[in-house]
Design a protein around this ligand. Structure first.
Ligand SMILES: *[C@@H]1O[C@H](CO)[C@@H](O)[C@H](O)[C@H]1NC(C)=O
Ligand SMILES: *[C@@H]1O[C@H](CO)[C@@H](O)[C@H](O)[C@H]1NC(C)=O
Ligand SMILES: *[C@@H]1O[C@H](CO)[C@@H](O)[C@H](O)[C@H]1NC(C)=O
Ligand SMILES: *[C@@H]1O[C@H](CO)[C@@H](O)[C@H](O)[C@H]1NC(C)=O
Ligand SMILES: CC(=O)N[C@H]1CO[C@H](CO)[C@@H](O)[C@@H]1O
Length: 562
């Protein structure tokens, strides 16, 4: 192919003595619920993802700030995928060095993306272990899932070290869904004779959506991304809509499924996302991104990020119920994924992540010492994170209070972004006397969530049967997503750009057009010092419910300006 390759390889890659870790602080422990099956056969094919070092990441961040800040002259001047690509594409040198390195190991079966910053290559386990000294590929199973991961940290040759951010497909395992939690809450709350719960009609009443608040623009669309070993069922969606969708115009079908529906079965969480984004974001074309990986070595979340860099035509709003403990992930990985979020944001795409269902979380540091445990991507400064609420009276459409499961807190990895400093400072001052001990969290970090919606006692149709008492921020996130899609719809009809990365604008509203949630605390460590209590809601922004929940007509009015 390229003459440079044949000559430079022996010089560049003759020795494997010098190699270094890309992800020095990546957790490689396999959680106990995964069963070790054994070493992977050396001839077995793996698919690994190489994240190539990008250019102009600072400029990308600055561009995102400008296009998302309503006070900037650049507001709404979003970039195409082509433009993002010219900005961040890795240098020729980086591309060449990485390709040479792969080819020197006989790896030629690679796919790239439009932005050239990811390479996905197929190789045998034996080749992968030589390429990445230290790696040891093993097979693990959990329920019906089977994955191939490395039981030991990998390194890369010194010559490529500076050209890569990380290699995907060795460590991170698919997180467990929230079904456990839904069942737990059903036991706890079952009261004979009471059946009222959250339905599309209840949500539309609470958030003031009228029958005419449905999508009408031709080319608007929204998406849910799911990475569970379960899939949404088209028949359940249709049944759900015939049962609960009588009072508003809606679609009863997903327009596009990207990826494969997986080998698992129809799942509660997968159905929840789709059924509810299509209830608030009614009559809007909906896509589902589902387990795009085909190989057991792939990381479904990473695969989805790679896909975004390869598709020029994408829905404007994506809601994602996926998260992992920040402390289980390497900084290198989180930093790069964060850059991927910026790439989506500058294109005008809104990414909404569930804040998690463990409140402030809890990490045991040993000797009775604990700290809160932030979750990623909820803690990324470049996504909009959605927390959860309950009705004050669970059987009536009343005002909302904290759902104690609502994820929230402060990142230990990402610095607090400028758009939120005054809101967070105000909170910390207001509640100073009642804050948990300082040793549990880090107030220099990105604070989340940004907003919230109901997350408690939902009705879902699963296997053709309506099931009550389903709870979690995986419910509130698509509910907010659907409403942002409706606002995009009106913006597109007016010839305005999509909302894109919402936070800079959201924080400038200072709670206007949102129902402030001021009651209740979320959960945290069960120890003597905090006794299960994390942060508490307060007037204005708080790290439990953010700025509060949407009052749709007012939010529409304010976000429809310019
Ligand atoms: C990206 O899309 C192009 C075609 O548009 C395709 O050839 C390539 O294989 C895709 N990359 C990946 C990683 O799937
Ligand atoms: C929206 O809902 C609230 C509470 O249910 C109500 O007080 C208000 O009048 C409604 N309408 C608007 C336009 O805010
Ligand atoms: C539903 O959306 C389509 C465009 O996708 C539009 O033509 C139609 O009028 C909408 N329905 C209502 C009730 O607004
Ligand atoms: C606190 O967060 C900052 C980033 O905002 C980080 O640099 C620092 O290491 C964090 N401290 C701890 C103890 O994790
Ligand atoms: C994101 C989206 O839905 N884009 C659609 C816009 O319309 C064209 C032409 O009908 C479709 O091909 C796109 O998928």
């Amino acid at each position: 192919m390229n003459t440079l390759l044949t000559f430079s390889i022996p010089l560049l890659f003759s020795s494997l003595v010098w190699s270094g870790y890309l992800e020095y602080n990546q957790d490689v422990l396999i959680p106990e619920d995964w069963k070790h099956v054994g070493r992977v056969d050396p001839t077995e094919k793996l698919e690994l993802t190489f994240a190539l070092k990008q250019q102009n990441v600072d400029l990308l961040e600055e561009t995102l700030r400008r296009v998302s800040d309503p006070d900037s002259a650049q507001y709404g001047k979003q970039l195409t995928l082509e433009e993002v690509s010219s900005l961040v594409r890795p240098s020729e040198l980086t591309q060449k060095v990485v390709r040479c390195w792969l080819q020197s190991h006989g790896i030629t079966d690679c796919l790239t993306v439009h932005t050239r910053d990811f390479l996905q290559c197929t190789m045998t386990a034996e080749v992968a272990e030589t390429l990445l000294p230290g790696s040891k590929f093993q097979r693990y199973t959990r329920d019906s899932q089977s994955v191939v991961r490395s039981s030991a940290p990998y390194s890369v040759h010194d010559d490529v070290h500076q050209h890569l951010d990380f290699v995907g497909g060795l460590h991170r395992l698919p997180p467990k869904g929230q079904q456990e939690l839904s069942k737990a809450s059903s036991n706890r709350r079952q009261k004979p004779g009471v059946h009222l719960g959250v339905t599309p009609a209840i949500l539309r009443a609470r958030y003031n959506l009228s029958t005419t608040d449905v999508g009408t623009a031709q080319n608007n669309s929204q998406a849910v991304a799911q990475f569970l070993e379960q899939y949404y069922s088209p028949a359940d969606l249709a049944e759900f809509m015939s049962m609960f969708g009588r009072s508003f115009q809606h679609h009863s079908q997903v327009d596009r499924v990207v990826g494969t529906q997986g080998t698992g079965k129809a799942g509660m969480e997968a159905s929840l996302d789709v059924e509810y984004i299509m209830s608030t974001g009614a009559n809007i074309s909906t896509w589902v991104f589902t387990n795009p990986g085909r190989h057991e070595s792939q990381e479904p979340f990473l695969q989805w990020m790679v896909l975004l860099s390869n598709m020029s035509d994408l829905p404007w709003v994506h809601t994602i119920s996926y998260g992992d403990d920040e402390d289980s992930l390497s900084t290198a990985y989180m930093m790069r994924i964060n850059t991927e979020f910026m790439k989506a944001g500058v294109r005008g795409i809104s990414l909404l992540f569930a804040s998690g269902d463990s409140g402030a979380g809890c990490k045991h540091l040993g000797k009775g010492q604990n700290s809160f445990r932030p979750s990623f991507p909820a803690s990324s400064p470049f996504v909009t994170t959605v927390g959860g609420t309950s009705f004050k009276n669970p059987y009536k459409v009343t005002y909302e209070v904290t759902d104690y499961i609502s994820g929230g807190g402060f990142s230990n990895v990402f610095k607090m972004p400028d758009y939120q400093t005054s809101a967070v400072d105000a909170y910390l001052k207001t509640v100073a006397a009642t804050l948990p001990p300082q040793s549990y969290y880090n107030t220099s970090g990105r604070a989340y969530p940004d907003m919230a919606a109901l997350s408690d006692n939902y009705w879902v149709v699963i296997n053709r049967v309506p099931v009550p008492w389903v709870s979690g921020t995986s419910a509130s996130t698509p509910v907010v997503g659907g409403m942002l899609s409706l606002i995009n719809d009106q913006r597109l009809l007016k010839g305005l750009p999509a909302l894109g990365f919402l936070n800079p604008r959201l924080y400038k509203l200072k709670g206007q057009a949102l129902f402030d949630v001021t009651e209740g605390c979320h959960l945290s460590c069960l120890d003597e010092k905090v006794q299960g209590k994390g942060f508490c809601a307060a007037p204005s922004w708080d790290p439990v419910t953010g700025w509060g929940t949407p009052n749709y007509p007012e939010l529409l009015a304010t976000l429809l300006a310019e």
